[in-house]
Design a protein around this ligand. Structure first.
Ligand SMILES: C[S@@+](CC[C@H](N)C(=O)[O-])C[C@H]1O[C@@H](n2cnc3c(N)ncnc32)[C@H](O)[C@@H]1O
Length: 277
């Protein structure tokens, strides 16, 4: 290559998609660690009359939740587990290193399998953004729940999120406008025989560039009664469902979750499942 050609290539403006960091976009689009922790603390306190201090974040990805946990109170400690070194390294550089020295010393990132990583027992175990849906066989999900049960202190709770409703059981694509980009949730494949899905997250930018298939998920959609039965079979004594309230004006979910035994039909719900030892 001639020096002239090299110069013109280096000057070529890269598009927004090529410059973007998929983990920054992911965290901005789908994670709300403050709200998740508010809910976990509120439920724990309601049940046990005190605040929890020790949290394990399973399938932690970039460990944003665990970082928020150790920031929240000076006594809080957290263990964050993920198999994949890539999001852990990103989380270390972008989330853990932003913590104060004191908070950082109370957090441990663990590269390993949630089924076998030896962490001390905690009062709260979280598995968010539907990560446990990757267990597609009943025996595998049961083994994970048994493992989580063993990893909890006697006064503890396992908190999971789940989604469902008629819209979950079909292919569709939904775009949500974010600050500077669009988040696209692509339910690409749905198999009604096995209740399995293939979903993607894409990101699209104002200059027309796209980051296609930034994240891919192959999941089984577990129903709330299936989860409750399996959790009880796995050694938990009680399972509650926290259901989202509805904003009367917009008729959309209002982000407020309350303990419910029954709910009205909703084509696209997200709920929290809470299991007690
Ligand atoms: C959907 S991401 C969840 C990230 C984060 N928890 C959140 O709320 O957005 C799922 C993560 O689970 C990790 N993972 C999958 N199987 C795992 C296992 N058996 N043990 C630990 N981590 C696992 C993947 O590497 C991936 O980072």
């Amino acid at each position: 290559m001639t020096p002239v050609a090299r110069k013109s290539k280096s000057r070529r403006k890269r598009n927004e998609a090529a410059r973007a960091d998929r983990y920054v976009l992911y965290e901005a689009s789908v994670q709300e660690p403050e709200a998740d922790i508010d809910l976990a603390e509120e439920i724990f306190e309601k049940h046990y009359g005190r605040k929890p201090t020790r949290l394990r974040e399973d399938f932690c990805g970039t460990a944003l939740l665990a970082c928020e946990w150790v920031k929240r109170h000076a006594k809080n400690r957290a263990w964050a587990i993920d198999l994949d070194p890539e999001p852990l390294k990103w989380g270390h550089e972008h989330n853990v290193l932003k913590l104060s020295d004191d908070a950082r010393a109370r957090l441990e990132l663990v590269e390993g399998n949630v089924m076998s990583s030896p962490t001390p027992p905690t009062e709260v175990i979280c598995a968010f953004n539907f990560s446990y849906f990757l267990f597609r066989e009943r025996r595998d999900l049961k083994a994970y729940f048994e493992c989580a049960r063993t990893g909890l202190e006697d006064e503890g709770l396992l908190i999971l999120d789940a989604y469902g409703g008629a819209d979950a059981l079909r292919t569709l694509s939904e775009t949500r406008e974010m600050d500077g980009f669009d988040y696209v949730w692509d339910q690409h494949r749905y198999d009604p025989i096995q209740n399995r899905v293939v979903n993607y997250i894409h990101f699209e930018f104002e200059d027309g560039s796209k980051m296609k298939r930034a994240f891919r998920y192959e999941w089984r959609l577990w129903s709330l009664p299936e989860l409750r039965d399996l959790l009880l079979e796995s050694g938990f004594s009680k399972v509650d469902v926290y259901w989202e309230g509805v904003d009367e004006e917009t008729e959309e979910g209002n982000g407020e979750y309350s303990l419910e035994e029954e709910a009205l039909d909703d084509p696209a719900w997200v709920a929290y499942v809470v299991a007690y030892p």
